[in-house]
Write a protein that binds this ligand. Sequence first.
Ligand SMILES: Cc1ncc(COP(=O)(O)O)c(C=O)c1O
Length: 453
Amino acid sequence: MTGPGGPLGPPWAAGVARDERGVLTVGGVAVDALADTHGTPLYVVDGADLRARCRAAVAAFGRDRVIYAAKAWPTTAVLQVVAAEGLLVDVASGGELHTALHAGVDPARLVLHGNNKSTAELDRALEVGVGRIVVDAFEELERLDALAVARGVRAPVLLRITPGIDAHTHEYVRTGHDDAKFGFTLSLGLADEALRRTLAADGLELVGVHAHVGSQVLGTDAFVANAEVLVDLLGRWHTEHGVTVTDLDLGGGMGIAYGPGDDPVDVATLAEKVLATVDARAAAHGLPAPRVLVEPGRAIVGPSTLTLYRVGVVKDLPGLSRWVAVDGGMSDNLRPALYGAVHPAVLAGRSSDHGDGPVMLVGKHCESGDVLGDGLTLPVDVTAGDLVATAATGAYTEAMASNYNRLPRPAAVLVEHGVVHPIVRRETLDDVLDRDLPLDGPPLDGGGAGTPP
Ligand SMILES: Cc1ncc(COP(=O)(O)O)c(C=O)c1O
């Protein structure tokens, strides 16, 4: 049953409701009007929801303590909003750095990440004055040192520690050693070696340590454990090397609700536990309390956004499935195909007093794995031409969008105070062709294909 009513509630953004016609609205704007004007698929950001999440994080952890992980959605307008709300920005490549600068983010408020930053990326960071560079590998320490010396500056460095905590599930595990792509493995002594090399380098200024324990972490335990490990490390470094650093960056990974089973901890509770742990532990080591930084991406932008699709085909297979195919798919949201992620769906353009039934929500790609939702339900009268919305699609969707099957990538709008702001232009078929470089002259092997007209 889908009808008029108040806000839909999580996992939908706070400003998602239904109007008297039963049409979904975002920030007071009906989605049928959005689809008519901007087409589908369409990412629709609830601007007030996005800002509220930024504000809650800043209120919990403090000003200049929350770093938006741009990788979740590094589009210019989103970076403008989060920066205006007082967040710093973590960029994980030269492209994200370029976008953040384009968005007008103060370089001093940027944090550069990446496990294999190129010389060009590191040098651009130094050139523009990026506030923190999280170094991930010995080669990078050397590269950055040489570049900084050449520029006559000292690069502000956080060392990325692999702390032996794995939180890729709802629980966390401490592993004896951590076989990871990222960072200096603590248990193998690499973190200590990185410290020695940093202290010996003329071009590096150690400002802190960083560790990221996982993604979509719903509880507090893994973050508290991470804080304990890092503060203990700082305590030992203080004793053994006389080093005192200011920054303790606990990474991102705060989970969000994608479905009824997900019950993420609220950011205030998380901050309270983590900050209490750090303060008590630092005091026990005789250290001044470090500045605790966090890097949420998904928890800032994920819940704020829905994706609007138009249904093109409904195929009922008696005794089997009802297949509902929409005009997008794995090219605009890879998460279900990649991780088996589930984004709940609703009929968006009208109400229905028919009951809900199970559907396979699929896209339009030539790929059986092009599933947007297995185990979802929609009203049983869903039909071609209907609008369908999927929830919590702000993080790692547009950011991972592709042109698979040469589909132009969708547009995005941000709705705030009843005003619709286009923030990503829909690609055209010519955009998709834009990078192709046709061969001129005859085909290279010269054989059999004839001569071009
Ligand atoms: C170093 C680092 N920081 C922050 C994040 C953001 O994670 P999330 O979007 O889950 O908060 C990631 C994600 O991979 C990360 O690797």
